[in-house]
Design a protein around this ligand. Structure first.
Ligand SMILES: Nc1ncnc2c1ncn2[C@@H]1O[C@H](COP(=O)(O)OP(=O)(O)OP(=O)(O)O)[C@@H](O)[C@H]1O
Ligand SMILES: [Mg+2]
Length: 407
């Protein structure tokens, strides 16, 4: 469990220096909520923010060099902000639950003398137990692969060198892999382990209806993959875990999808699972491969919201693609309702759709603009006083955006 209260990104493509929410050095800023929508014209950096999350995630599973090369990123030189010499830097301010102490993770990726990207610096900090204020102590610090870590749930070193708890010297043999990925698999570093599990649970969603139409071999799968191609396998998993609950979920989803009376799972003789969609006006059902792009997409989004053991951070790019505009406000409302206000799920969405944005509040919307030097600037819509006033009078956010009151 957990959520990001704030994030800062530097020198990642057009994101030379952006911040969202509350950070270790900006304690007066407001924490991010569970629903974060990022809007702005084409080329302003929405996908780059989504990709920054994807990049961090990729760094966990491989090394930073392959993450720089993956997914059309084109390598470190293409990725790092042009006209700038600073390294790529991320800072994540995170909290596991309402009463836990926030954790700050800082990661700096630079180029070594052979021009290859490596992890220059990594740090995890947390306040001492029982301290409401005070400088957080580093419980992991690595510079060029060398540094220290603290076991257990407390202990660490302050910036002035004062240390509490057992400091373990660390030297990594490989500076291209993240220290948290190496140490986070060891039980004694329980705080690193938990933080790593949180990062690993991120999900970046790129549903494509064609992928969702494929019938994969029977293999129950707890979570939807990036493209949604294992939709039927997730259904199979959910039935196996709790047929009763799955039926309830299906009937709830079906009530949200226009013209669908009923959705039923159906097991083929070879063990594969398909979903039967009963459509208004027809007695016989249609199987999932025959459903329209929009229906499949809506179904996949709603299924994603109902996953068992949900991923803690979900990033959806442009959910409006392929969907009828009138479905979007409902989808946004459902997403908002589903993520709630607790620590189980946080949803980041990029969107071009005023219809989607209409369902949101000013503090849920972040606007990307490009400044004169070509880099992205991010601003929370609630920082425009006139927007707050108009929304308080009952005007919808998306309508204000469309009418160019902001953004
Ligand atoms: N290394 C870099 N340094 C600075 N800017 C970069 C770098 N690499 C790419 N860019 C710019 O960053 C922007 C990336 O835009 P991005 O794809 O994030 O936009 P978007 O808001 O998702 O747009 P759309 O609405 O079209 O999807 C582009 O303008 C691109 O020229
Ligand atoms: Mg984009």
């Amino acid at each position: 469990m957990g959520k990001i209260l704030g994030i800062a990104i530097q020198n990642y493509g057009s994101l030379k220096d952006i911040k969202m929410g509350k950070l270790f050095r900006e304690q007066d800023s407001k924490e991010l909520g569970n629903m974060v929508a990022i809007i702005g014209p084409s080329g302003n950096g929405k996908s780059t923010i989504a990709d920054a999350f994807g990049f961090i995630s990729d760094c966990l599973y491989g090394d930073v060099e392959s993450a720089c090369d993956a997914k059309n990123r084109g390598g470190y030189d293409q990725l790092v902000s042009q006209n700038h010499t600073g390294p790529i830097h991320f800072e994540i301010y995170y909290k596991e639950s309402n009463n836990s102490r926030p954790i700050t993770y800082e990661l700096t990726i630079s180029k070594d003398k052979n021009d290859r990207p490596y992890v220059k610096e990594e740090r995890l900090r947390q306040r001492a137990q029982g301290n409401k204020y005070g400088r957080p102590r580093s419980f992991l610090y690595l510079n060029e692969g060398k540094g220290y870590a603290y076991e257990g749930t407390d202990g660490g070193q302050e910036d002035d060198g004062h240390s509490e708890g057992q400091q373990i010297p660390i030297e990594l043999s490989e500076t291209r892999t993240l220290g948290i990925a190496t140490l986070g698999v060891m039980k004694q570093y329980s705080r690193i382990e938990k933080f790593l599990a949180f990062l690993k649970s991120w999900y970046l969603c790129y549903f494509t209806p064609d992928a969702a139409r494929q019938l994969q071999t029977a293999a129950p799968s707890p979570h939807l993959n990036r493209t949604g191609s294992n939709l039927n396998n997730v259904a199979q998993y959910m039935i196996r875990e709790s047929p009763h609950e799955f039926k309830k979920i299906l009937s709830e989803i079906q009530s949200k999808i226009p013209n669908i009376k009923k959705i039923e799972p159906f097991k083929l003789e070879n063990g594969q699972m398909v979903l039967k969609f009963y459509q208004t006006g027809f007695e016989k059902p249609f199987f999932s491969p025959r459903m329209s792009d929009g229906t499949l997409k809506l179904f996949a989004y709603y299924l994603l919201l109902h996953e068992r053991n949900p991923r803690q951070l979900i990033f959806v790019e442009e959910p409006e693609n392929g969907l009828y505009h009138k479905y979007l406000a409902n989808l946004a409302i459902e997403m908002k309702k589903n993520v709630g206000t607790g620590y189980t799920k946080q949803l980041f969405v990029t969107t071009h759709s005023p219809f989607f944005v209409n369902a949101l509040a000013p503090d849920q919307v972040w606007v990307l603009e490009k400044n004169s030097d070509g880099f992205s600037e991010l601003r929370q819509a609630s920082t425009y006083d006139h927007v707050n006033d108009l929304v308080a009078e009952g005007v919808n956010m998306g309508d204000l955006w469309y009418s160019e009151y902001f953004g």
